[in-house]
Design a protein around this ligand. Structure first.
Ligand code: ZN
Ligand code: ZN
Length: 380
């Protein structure tokens, strides 16, 4: 199952460079549509629509697609489940099974082969490239067997464009051309990029609290824009926790709204992490940051691999690019190529360790006093 998932993710990545221009066309048109608003009358009603549709649809995406369908971090009724799914499809981020399936692969293989949108494949790829590629079009039903068994969700996943088209028509009726261009299209585009930023920027900028095996970060601007989803390092450490902002100052509006819905008995069994996990794997206590270590090591190995290619005139032994095999990249090649005038093994290792030093400096905010090595776990 795990191997199959990795293959699915890797296949998607392999074909990823090929953008599917047919399905990318509506995506591009949606980006251009708001500019047409300069040629029509835009009223305050259209801006109210813009704001309301942004906030409400962001909630459906974060609470519905992410915390419910991808992570099952709370429970609800079958009717409310369908309402969550329909609400989230109006964001034009494809269907619930497609979204949750790809997101589960992201958690299963974060920043390694099989991750459908790791920034190690480049910012553009992790932000929108993966969505527009041919390789990620298919819904991976194996990854979402639980919800794929629900007929109405299968149907909605197939006809995921119906709710947004209906919503666009309603915007037109309410606000005319301004309602459509600003209320629907502009808010949809902003909503997209705020959501995408969690996949791209929240793995590149911000601070890390927990030593996770990936590059996730906590970023307050993304958290404010994306309903609390910017506390992405917290989330990768405790993926099943319904709450992603873990302190009072980590604003998590999705969590506040879900708590309100729980008080109204519309949702239940909100999953909270056990208290002890909040105090484990903390970088400030000296926990070894394996995720960043690997990222730096990989980058160093890639650079070393490229230089090796240059030094050997273009022929690179298998695995020397640092992206294949599980051992230290370049180790075998170093010994093989010693006699050919290419950089010796010791040089490659020194390069990788330089990166490790850089890592240690950039992540350690306090002197090491205690070493917490306990692996992060799921909330019980
Ligand atoms: Zn992530
Ligand atoms: Zn997640």
């Amino acid at each position: 199952m795990r191997e199959k998932g990795r293959q699915a993710g890797a296949e998607a990545r392999d074909r990823g460079d090929r953008t599917d221009w047919v399905s990318a066309t509506p995506f591009i048109v949606a980006h251009l549509a708001p500019f047409a608003a300069f040629f029509v009358t835009v009223t305050w009603t259209d801006w109210v629509l813009f704001a309301a549709l942004y906030v409400v649809r962001m909630f459906f995406v974060t609470a519905g697609y992410h915390r419910y369908f991808s992570h099952r971090s709370f429970k609800t009724s079958r009717v409310a489940q369908f309402v969550l799914a329909v609400g989230a499809t109006t964001s034009m981020q494809k269907g619930p099974l497609w979204w949750a399936g790809h997101h589960r692969l992201h958690h299963r293989f974060t920043d390694v082969d099989g991750d459908v949108h790791s920034p190690r494949d480049g910012f553009w790829w992790s932000h929108v490239g993966w969505i527009l590629s041919r390789g990620t079009k298919r819904t991976d039903l194996d990854a979402v067997r639980d919800f794929a068994a629900v007929p109405e969700l299968r149907l909605l996943d197939r006809f995921h464009l119906v709710p947004p088209v209906v919503l666009a028509a309603v915007c037109w009726v309410v606000g005319g051309p301004g309602g459509l261009l600003v209320g629907f299209f502009a808010s949809t585009v902003v909503l997209w990029h705020a959501t995408f930023a969690v996949n791209s920027l929240a793995h590149l900028t911000g601070r890390r609290r927990f030593a996770t095996a990936d590059t996730s970060r906590n970023s307050w601007p993304i958290a404010l824009l994306a309903g609390g989803e910017g506390w992405h390092n917290n989330h990768h450490y405790l993926p099943s926790s319904v709450r992603q902002g873990l302190t009072w100052w980590e604003v998590d509006t999705t969590w506040y709204a879900l708590r309100a819905l729980a008080a109204l008995h519309l949702v239940r069994d909100l999953r909270r992490p056990p208290e002890r996990l909040l105090h484990q794997a903390r970088l400030r206590d000296g926990a070894f940051d394996i995720g960043m270590f690997r990222a730096y090591w990989e980058r160093a190995a890639r650079v070393a691999g490229e230089r090796l290619v240059g030094a050997t005139g273009g022929s690179l032994p298998a695995g020397a690019d640092g992206m294949t095999g599980s051992g230290p990249p370049g180790a075998r090649e170093g010994t093989e190529t010693d006699g050919t005038g290419s950089p010796p093994l010791s040089w490659l290792i020194a390069r990788a360790l330089e990166s490790a030093d850089q890592l240690a400096r950039s992540t350690r905010r306090y002197p090491v006093s205690t070493v917490a090595t306990t692996a992060p776990g799921e909330p019980g």
